[in-house]
Design a binder for this molecule. Sequence first.
Ligand code: IPE
Ligand code: IPE
Ligand code: MG
Length: 243
Amino acid sequence: MSLEKLLEEVRARPLPRHVALIMDGNGRWAKRKGLSRTEGHRQGALAAERLIRFVGREKLVPYITLFAFSTENWNRPREEIEFLFRLLEGFIRGKLKELAEAGVRLRLLGDPRPLPTRLRAAIEEAVAATAANDALHLTVALNFGGRWAILEGVRRALAQGASHEGLDEESFSRLLPSAELPEPDFIIRTGGHKRLSNFFLWEAAYAELYFTPILWPDFDEQAFLEALRDYQGRTRNFGRVVT
Ligand code: IPE
Ligand code: IPE
Ligand code: MG
């Protein structure tokens, strides 16, 4: 089906409000082509850029979250980690103007403290410069882990002296690092593995999950629309009896 036809179909039905993507498969993409893992990450960054531009232009989904670096990704070789951080810094600095003009609001989800100072500065600048935008809420999950996020919520609850009685699912959700975002309706993972790898845990309670073998650098507009179409074919019960 042509991209235009697919877009028309997808537009005609209810869309998710928040789509979160686990961008996996850069290394395997590179390996298949006889390239270095870093080249895979470079192509992966281009795929992310293409997706952001498409979603922004077509106004398909107001909240997009990209899982860029997990708390477990610190276990990778130092050179790869440094390359990823430099790539991200270059992306943020290089695209800030375009993102800001397109009405994108950038957020960071994750603990910024262990990140390189230059990357943190670039993120802080971009977050501040786009804080008034709301055409597309783009969140980069960086040094993010689902368990870290839940623990962060617990730490905040303790720091506030929250009472047993006062703490329920709703009040606890407001203490999570993701509190400003609606819960993800749809989580897409590329690269073929069927797991969350410590991405959203609390927030994913009722997310629809979608796994595709497509490697992240190859995940294009067509693939994204096909994923959305799959989402639109599902019934979300939220525990109820749906007749
Ligand atoms: C995902 O691609 C990118 C990050 C985790 C930063 P990978 O680097 O995990 O690629 P594969 O899974 O090894 O193919
Ligand atoms: C998940 O990919 C993390 C990101 C995409 C940032 P990984 O490649 O790190 O996941 P595992 O190690 O295969 O579970
Ligand atoms: Mg991987």
